[in-house]
Design a protein around this ligand. Structure first.
Ligand SMILES: Cc1cc2nc3c(=O)[nH]c(=O)nc-3n(C[C@H](O)[C@H](O)[C@H](O)COP(=O)(O)OP(=O)(O)OC[C@H]3O[C@@H](n4cnc5c(N)ncnc54)[C@H](O)[C@@H]3O)c2cc1C
Length: 412
């Protein structure tokens, strides 16, 4: 069976790496030529590391060995609207050999992933835009435009990894955008931001002006920072918010940020992109077809983290494709069972829980309350540290008893 992956961001690259690991030949097509940029906060959270390690346990050390591309991050800092802070170390550089996450410009990270492709199994076609996809009696016809010429390719299994404006999704399983489950984000690179965390903790500022959403400062290699804002689109449209202005105003006027950005220089342009959130799950597959990453709307509704779930879905799409070949079955029912259901078993609880937190974080007083209480609660802090890094402990989050115990701790 012939497999084509469209898009070589984390979702498509993830699918390709796991197909190659299973010795399955395939073609991966991207309209860009790598290295290419992608608007993002550039934060590679522990879930991203978890999937990459499943592919190759050596990969984290490989990233660590490229310090100009990957800045190890050891935790996170949450700043409440009233300025109270919650500093959450996940690991400690003095104890742990490798960081639990990194910040890496997508121009570097996505290129790094494509450099891991195994040419024995992977045909990587760059600078080739999928223009038209047609469902045939059996499989798909994919027309791509490369160097001004149209080429026709055929696939029995199509993996759509072509991002939030996915052509594949539009053509084969159209779904209108729901702004309640979509966010707008902007990103800027700054040089000279002061007082970055000594352990490179990524910083989330919940500012009144950008709720529901947040302002972030993520420390990059070489002392630079990825700075941005994301907000729920429904709210941006209803209140006619200009998030670019909101970000610049925070940098100029916020009592703490204005001091930290004094003398800092914007490098390049402030750029925007959409975030299809995973709070409204829809069908992820059809006969011979699987949607992955942003094409499947899998971004975490509270953190805006999409790379981890993009890789996760790429991995599970690859495994479903391997099974489809073994069983010679590409039916809609087969993929629903072996891809949609499996993926939601793995990340569905995470997405549901994050959506609950996103709803909670619409109330500044509640964020102030939670951060204020959590700051003084040792059990809470230790639990949070583990949750981000340890998938087994994270599973406890889905038990109501976890919250009962936490609440008891809060009011002690
Ligand atoms: C402002 C902002 C901040 C974010 N911050 C973070 C963060 O800090 N951490 C995090 O984990 N996530 C973050 N995200 C989310 C993250 O960027 C996405 O979830 C992630 O990029 C999804 O990966 P993907 O592979 O599905 O899609 P993409 O990374 O968008 O890759 C899609 C690929 O498909 C290619 N393509 C598209 N159309 C075609 C076509 N027709 N033919 C051929 N190729 C095509 C594109 O060139 C591209 O390479 C952020 C998003 C935004 C907008």
């Amino acid at each position: 069976m012939k497999i084509i992956i469209i898009g070589s961001g984390p979702a498509g690259s993830g699918a390709s790496l796991f197909l190659a690991k299973n010795n399955i030949p395939h073609t991966i097509i991207d309209k860009a030529v790598f290295p290419r940029d992608k608007v993002c906060g550039d934060g590679l959270a522990p879930k991203t590391m978890h999937i990459l390690k499943k592919w190759n346990p050596e990969i984290i050390a490989k990233m660590e060995a490229l310090p100009t591309q990957f800045a190890g991050g050891w935790g996170g800092l949450v700043v409440a609207p009233n300025g109270k802070k919650l500093d959450i170390p996940i690991k400690k550089p003095e104890i742990d050999a490798l960081p639990p996450g990194f910040v890496s410009r997508r121009i570097d990270f996505d290129h790094f992933l494509t450099q891991q492709f195994d040419p024995k199994w992977t045909t990587f076609v760059q600078g080739a835009e999928a223009k038209n996809i047609k469902r045939l009696d059996k499989g798909f016809e994919v027309n791509i435009l490369r160097e001004g010429k149209t080429e026709t390719h055929y696939a029995d299994i199509l993996i759509a990894a072509d991002g939030d404006k996915s052509l594949v999704k539009k053509m084969l399983t159209p779904r209108p955008q729901n702004d309640a489950h979509f966010a707008a984000g902007i990103r800027a690179y700054y040089k000279g931001v002061k007082d970055l965390h000594p352990h490179n903790h990524i910083e989330f500022y919940f500012l009144n002006e950008v709720i529901p959403g947040y302002f972030w400062v993520f420390p990059l290699p070489d002392g630079r920072a990825n700075v941005g804002v994301c907000m729920i689109s429904e709210y941006v449209k209803a209140h006619k918010i200009n998030i670019r202005e909101a970000m610049l105003k925070a940098i100029a006027d916020h009592p703490e940020l204005s001091k930290r950005f004094e003398g800092a220089a914007l490098e390049g342009k402030i750029v925007g992109w959409g975030l299809p959130l995973g709070s409204e799950p829809g069908p992820l597959s059809a006969e011979g077809l699987m949607l992955t990453g942003d094409a499947a709307s899998l971004i975490d509704p509270i953190s805006g983290e999409g790379i981890g779930n993009a890789l996760y879905s790429g991995w599970l799409a690859a495994e479903a494709a391997v099974k489809a070949i073994q069983e010679n079955n590409v039916s809609a029912d087969f993929f629903k069972e072996n891809y949609d259901k499996r993926l939601f078993r793995c990340i569905g609880n995470d997405l549901r829980l994050s959506y609950i937190f996103q709803r909670i974080c619409r109330y500044p007083w509640l964020i102030n309350f939670i951060v204020g209480k959590a700051q003084r609660n040792k059990v809470f802090m230790e639990t949070m540290s583990c949750i981000f890094d340890d998938m087994a402990i994270r599973a406890k989050l889905y038990s109501p008893w976890f919250y009962v115990r936490l609440l008891v701790g809060f009011f002690r």
